[in-house]
Design a binder for this molecule. Structure first.
Ligand code: DC
Length: 241
């Protein structure tokens, strides 16, 4: 297992991680772990099953038995963007999960269940099982510190809170959101600050760079520039062309 290469990419919400990880995994031809999706699924599924967030044991039990399948299907079905004309379909408790997994509401709920040590423990092995040949690119908050401490290369992406808020605001505007846009930007700023605070102050695997992580600030860079930077690191550290 230890021989299978792992690249960990950690960082706060809005640092561009998700997109960068997808591009890098595709270029390397490696598997991908979106660990945030697991926390989102636990939060979303717990809410659907009317589990109380005050009862850590019941959420951890749900997490330990999480009935989820990640399936690559032909593009066009109700699912998320994947590789090579295919899309990643997520099936939770036998039902396809759509865009509701990526909403701010689910993100906030995910941040709450992610602060529960028993939930993190319940998801640990499931995350490690994603380490399969020829390699894994793992995206999250504690990939380099807790889940894959022996990863050969660790990257920590940052961007200022204001830049991350502006990116999220732009995405929502592009989706055609209407209403009071100034108030929306204020809400996004508040949400990012609260989420950063919760993710980095919790006692269980807080968001922080591993000691041996390479820090990349993406505030002034395009996605392409960061992907090139990460690929240059991979070419140096791994046996890849
Ligand atoms: O990356 P994301 O926005 O999908 O993550 C959703 C939440 O899950 C986020 O608030 C922090 C939490 N999370 C975590 O605590 N540890 C991880 N490895 C991944 C996500």
């Amino acid at each position: 297992m230890q021989d299978i290469p792992v690249l960990t990419i950690d960082g706060p919400s809005g640092s561009g991680k998700g997109t960068i990880v997808k591009h890098v995994a595709q270029k390397l031809g490696w598997h991908m772990l979106d660990s945030g999706a697991l926390y989102r699924l636990v939060a979303y599924g717990s809410q659907n099953n009317a589990l109380s967030f005050d009862n850590e044991d019941s959420i951890a039990d749900y997490a330990a038995n999480l009935d989820v399948e990640f399936k690559l299907v032909d593009a066009g079905s109700s699912s998320e963007t994947g590789q090579n004309g295919q899309e990643l379909q997520i099936i939770l408790d036998g039902k396809v999960v759509g865009p509701e997994l990526r909403t701010e509401t689910t993100g906030n709920a995910a941040s709450k269940v992610a602060a529960m040590p028993k939930v993190r423990e319940a998801l640990l092995q499931r995350q490690r099982d994603f380490r399969r040949s020829p390699g894994l690119v793992a995206d999250g908050r504690d990939m380099g510190t807790t889940v894959f401490p022996d990863a050969q290369t660790k990257i920590f992406l940052t961007a200022s809170a204001e830049e991350r808020a502006q990116r999220r605001y732009k995405q929502l505007k592009e989706k055609g959101i209407s209403g009071n846009l100034a108030a929306l930007l204020q809400d996004i700023r508040k949400d990012i600050n609260e989420r950063d605070e919760r993710d980095s102050q919790r006692s269980a695997s807080p968001l922080k760079p591993a000691e041996d992580a390479i820090l990349i600030d993406t505030s002034e860079s395009s996605i392409e520039q960061v992907v090139d930077q990460v690929m240059a690191i991979c070419e140096k550290n791994f046996d890849v062309v």
